[in-house]
Design a protein around this ligand. Structure first.
Ligand code: BES
Ligand code: ZN
Ligand code: ZN
Length: 480
C-alpha cells in the first residue's frame, strides 16, 4: 500500500493541515492570521465547502461536510468522498503528507481516512514513466480515534489494494495458476491456510463444469481452498465464501463481440479477488470466525477442443447440464465450487461473481444485485454491512417459477434462460447445486469502473472486500 496512517499531534508550523468538520463555525481559528480568517469566513458565507490557505511553510485546508438530516450510512459516505477530494488536491499540489484535525467521532474520521487512502490507489506496474502520487502520509490528530481502529483500517485498505491489483492485472500477467499463487502468498502474509488443486486433482474430483470451461484453454485450471480457523471461533459451522475466478472471458465459442464487451474481461475474476483478499484481512485481524474461501479458476477461450454449444456436461454433483451458450461459463465453474462447499456444512455461503450483463444493466455500478434463500435476519445483517461500507444491495427475486426458463429438452438443466430475468435465471441455475443457506452476489456492475468514481477510482474497485469484512467482524462481536 502506498499510504501510511499514523496517530499523533500536529508537529509545528511546517506540516500541512486539513481540518474537516460538519459545523462551519467549529474549527480552530488560532491557526489563521486575521486576514486569513476573514478570507475563510467570507468563503464560508459564499458556501464554499473546500477552502485552501497557502501559508508560507504549509497549506491549511478546511473542508465543510454537509451531513444534515441524512441516514448514518449516507453521512459516512460523505466523509469518504470528502477524504478522496483531499487526496486529489494533495496530489495535484505535489504534497507528501498532511495532518488531520477533526473533532468528529471515530467512525467519521475513519471513513474520511478510508476515502483518502482508497482514493490514493494507483496501478503503475506497466508504466515506464510512472506519474506516482506525491501524497503518502497521514497523521491523525484526534483523541477520538483509537490505534486499533487505525490498524484495522490499514489492513482493510491493504486488502482492497490487493484486490484491485489482481483485477487490474491482465491475462498475460495472471492466468489461473498465477491467481492461485497470489492466494498462496496472501495466505503466508495473512496467516491462513491455502491449498491449491491442480488439473489432475480437479479431474479426479470430477469437477465437470470447471474442466469443460477450461477445455478451450492452453493453461490448466486451478481450484483454491483457503481456510481461517481460529481456535476461539464464535461459529461452529463455517461461513464459506465462493468467488468466480474467470481470469479472462472471451465468451468461448459463443465469442463476445469486441469492442465494448470483451475488452475488460480480465476483470471476470473480481469475485475471486474479493473473497481471497477479504480472507487476508480477516486472518490478519485475527477475527474469531471460522471462514473458508473457494475459488475455481480458468480462462474461457475458443479453441479446437473448446466446449461447444449443445454439449452436455456432467457436473461434479452428477447433474447434467446442456450448454447452450459457452459465454455463460461463470455458472459452470461456480456450480462445482458450490457443490464442493457442501463438505463444510456451512452456516452460510456467500458467493461473489461477475456473473451477468443483465445485473449490470439493471442497476449499473451503483450497487450489488443479490438473491438467495438465507433467513430474513441474516439478510438484514448482510444489508446492514453493505450499507455500512456503501456497497449497497438490491435483492432480486429467487422464485422457483424461474426454473422453468432453464429446463432443457435433453438434459437436467440448460446453462441459459431466455430473454427475461438473465440475472435471476443465472442465480436459479446455481441454486441447483446448494443444500445450505445461500446468498449470491452479482458484482458485474460495481467490480470495474470505466471512469473515476470518487475513492473507488477507475478500473478494479475491490468491491466485496469491505462488505464481507464488516459482516464477519460484526458477527464476531455479536456471538461472543
Ligand atoms: N462475465 C460475463 C458477465 C459480465 C458482463 C461481467 C459484463 C461484467 C460485465 C458472463 O460470463 C457472461 O458472459 N454472461 C452472459 C450470460 C448469457 C450468455 C446468458 C451475459 O450476461 O451476457
Ligand atoms: Zn461469459
Ligand atoms: Zn464471465
Amino acid at each position: 500500500m502506498n499510504t501510511t496512517i499514523r496517530k499523533g499531534t500536529s508537529s509545528g508550523k511546517s506540516e500541512n493541515i486539513a481540518i474537516f468538520t460538519n459545523n462551519a463555525s467549529k474549527f480552530d481559528q488560532s491557526l489563521f492570521s486575521k486576514a486569513e480568517l476573514e478570507f475563510v469566513n467570507s468563503e464560508i458565507k459564499k458556501k464554499n465547502k473546500f477552502i485552501s490557505i497557502n501559508q508560507y511553510e504549509r497549506y491549511i485546508f478546511l473542508q465543510i461536510i454537509d451531513t444534515d438530516k441524512k441516514d448514518r450510512h449516507v453521512v459516512l459516505e460523505k466523509f469518504r468522498k470528502a477524504g478522496d477530494q483531499l487526496t486529489a488536491l494533495l496530489n495535484r499540489l505535489k504534497l507528501s503528507s498532511v495532518c488531520l484535525l477533526s473533532e468528529n467521532d471515530n467512525d467519521e474520521v475513519i471513513a474520511y481516512v478510508e476515502g483518502m487512502v482508497l482514493g490514493n490507489y494507483q496501478f503503475l506496474k506497466y508504466k515506464s514513466d510512472a506519474d506516482k502520487n506525491s501524497f503518502h502520509k497521514i497523521n491523525i490528530d484526534s483523541k477520538k480515534v483509537h490505534d486499533d481502529k487505525i490498524k484495522e483500517l490499514t489492513t482493510l485498505c491493504e486488502a482492497v489494494y490487493m484486490a484491485r491489483d489482481l483485477v487490474n492485472e491482465p491475462l498475460n500477467g495472471l492466468n489461473a495458476t498465477a491467481l492461485a499463487k497470489a492466494f498462496e502468498s496472501m495466505g503466508k502474509k495473512g496467516g491462513f491456510k491455502v491449498k491449491v488443486f491442480n488439473k489432475s486433482k480437479i479431474t479426479e474430483m470430477k469437477m465437470g463444469g470447471l474442466l469443460a470451461v477450461n477445455m478451450g484453454s492452453i493453461d490448466p485450471p486451478t481450484f483454491t481452498v483457503m481456510e481461517w480457523k481460529p481456535s476461539k471461533a464464535v461459529n461452529k459451522k463455517p461461513i464459506v465464501l465462493v468467488g468466480k475466478g474467470v481470469v479472462y472471458d472471451t465468451g468461448g465459442l459463443s465469442l463476445k463481440p469486441t469492442p465494448g464487451s470483451m475488452d475488460y474481461m480480465k476483470s471476470d475474476m473480481a469475485g475471486s479477488a474479493a473473497v481471497g483478499c477479504v480472507m487476508y484481512a480477516i486472518a490478519k485481524q485475527k477475527l474469531p470466525v471460522h471462514v473458508v474461501a473457494l475459488v475455481p479458476a480458468t480462462d474461457n477461450r475458443p479453441d479446437g477442443n473448446a466446449y461447444t454449444p449443445g454439449d452436455v456436461i456432467t457436473m461434479m454433483s452428477g447433474l447434467k447440464v446442456e450448454v447452450l451458450n459457452t459465454d455463460a461459463e461463470g455458472r459452470m465453474i461456480l456450480a462445482d465450487a458450490l457443490h464442493y462447499a457442501k463438505n463444510y456444512k456451512p452456516e452460510l455461503v456467500m458467493e461473489f461473481s461477475t456473473l451477468t450483463g443483465a445485473a449490470a444493466n439493471a442497476i449499473g455500478h451503483y450497487g450489488i444485485v443479490c438473491m438467495g434463500d438465507c433467513d430474513e435476519d441474516t439478510k438484514k445483517e448482510l444489508n446492514k454491512s453493505a450499507n455500512n461500507v456503501y456497497e449497497r444491495l438490491v435483492e432480486f427475486p429467487f422464485w422457483e417459477e424461474y426454473d422453468e426458463l432453464i429446463k432443457s429438452d435433453i438434459a437436467d438443466i440448460k446453462n441459459i434462460g431466455g430473454a427475461i430475468g438473465g440475472a435471476i435465471t443465472a442465480g436459479r441455475f446455481l441454486q441447483r447445486f446448494i443444500d445450505y443457506p445461500y446468498m449470491h452476489f452479482d458484482i458485474a456492475g460495481p467490480s470495474f469502473g470505466k471512469s473515476t468514481d470518487s475513492y473507488r477510482g477507475k478500473n478494479g474497485t475491490g468491491v466485496g472486500v469491505r462488505f464481507v469484512f464488516d459482516y464477519v467482524k460484526r458477527m464476531a462481536g455479536k456471538k461472543k
